[in-house]
Design a protein around this ligand. Structure first.
Ligand code: SF4
Length: 59
């Protein structure tokens, strides 16, 4: 049996923290690359409190 390396494993995000970041983004009317591109890393990044902004508005 092949064991996946530890760095390949992604922990499930804490969705409450992700929701908090999304709420802040909505409150401040900010647009992010993360959401516009449906980035697959969004759970990990939002869970860590990071996001990449679109400074010219929505795509
Ligand atoms: S900050 Fe994270 S979620 Fe946003 S675009 Fe970059 S990798 Fe994706």
């Amino acid at each position: 049996m092949v064991v996946k390396p530890e760095w390949l494993r992604v922990k499930a995000p804490q969705w409450q923290r992700v929701g908090n970041v999304k709420e802040i983004l909505r409150d401040l009317a900010l647009n992010t690359v993360c959401e516009e591109a449906s980035c697959p890393n969004i759970g990990e990044c939002f869970n860590a409190g990071t996001a990449t902004f679109l400074i010219m508005g929505p795509a």
